[in-house]
Design a protein around this ligand. Structure first.
Ligand SMILES: Nc1ncnc2c1ncn2[C@@H]1O[C@H](COP(=O)(O)OP(=O)(O)OP(=O)(O)O)[C@@H](O)[C@H]1O
Ligand SMILES: [Mg+2]
Length: 266
């Protein structure tokens, strides 16, 4: 198609993340055998598949923790293939880890403030300009308070992070990611270890962050019964390849997906 559409329409239809032909082997084991995955902006995309199908490896490659053996990755149209994780997260593509690791003894609010002030060099440069520095501190504080509100954590802002429940810790991790200026957040099994009620709460808040703050999510999840109702698009993997993609119902009724799961059952 030629450029007859206006720029806004074109940019809305562009994926925020585009991974093509991603390959990764560990010794003789092919963990990713040419994976193509695109993520649309302001959507929640889910990656499913049986144990060992390559989901976490894919996240590790996209977030820069593993270098791919082949393929390329674009984030907002910019090449990020093989970049170190810190550079990728500074560009706004942020991964939260399966086990959130906030500073246990610091309060919930302090944990967000620290994440927002992650660039000490910048603070140092601001210091001689006192007013600008104060404005910057105030801006971080206000952003933190807004993010706590968004995640329903405001009432816990003065509690030590170590006292939060599993579900609240996952939300705190999202809050910290938001403080770093994340545009897209990747999570590996956010519902794991949570009872169904809490797991739904976590997904409800992710959906709220998506809708109200315009964030994009790429989520790996095994708890399909819970996650499917919140996701916009699904990729199913098996043996290091994508075997199906589409809306949740389409993918779940795809015989290749059903076989992929049954085939891996012990
Ligand atoms: N660092 C590593 N070194 C060697 N092999 C690895 C490494 N990381 C992953 N693998 C292998 O790559 C394959 C894909 O693993 P991966 O962790 O990506 O699967 P997964 O889909 O996330 O599985 P699960 O649902 O169990 O988390 C597996 O066979 C795994 O043993
Ligand atoms: Mg995994």
């Amino acid at each position: 198609m030629k450029l007859t559409l206006n720029e806004k329409v074109v940019s809305l239809s562009q994926p925020i993340l585009s991974a093509k032909g991603i390959r990764k082997a560990f010794g003789g084991l092919c963990a990713l055998g040419g994976v193509d995955i695109e993520v649309s902006p302001r959507m929640m995309t889910m990656l499913i598949g049986p144990n060992g199908s390559g989901k976490t490896t894919f996240l590790n490659v996209v977030s820069g923790f593993y270098k791919p053996d082949g393929g390329n990755i674009l984030f907002e149209g910019k090449e990020i293939t093989g970049m170190p994780p810190e550079r990728i997260s500074k560009m706004g593509l942020v991964r939260t880890f399966q086990v959130p690791s906030p500073f246990q003894k610091l309060s919930v609010l302090e944990n967000l403030l620290i994440a927002g002030d992650r660039n000490p060099g910048e603070s140092f440069l601001w210091a001689p300009l006192r007013r600008a520095w104060i404005n910057r501190e105030r801006e971080i504080y206000e952003t933190a308070m807004r993010n706590l509100e968004l995640l329903n954590l405001s009432h816990l802002k003065d509690e030590p992070a170590g006292t939060l429940s599993g579900g609240q810790l996952k939300l705190l991790e999202v809050g910290r990611a938001l403080m770093t200026g994340a545009k897209m957040i990747m999570m590996d099994e956010p519902a794991s270890g949570l009872n169904p009620t809490l797991a739904h709460k976590v997904f409800e808040h992710l959906e709220k962050v998506k809708k109200e703050a315009g964030l994009t999510f790429l989520i790996i999840e095994h708890r399909l019964d819970i996650a499917l109702q919140y996701v916009d698009y699904v990729y199913a993997m098996a043996n290091g390849t994508v075997i199906s993609r589409g809306k949740g119902e389409e993918v779940m009724s795809d015989p290749r997906v059903i076989e992929g799961y049954l085939g891996s059952a012990e």
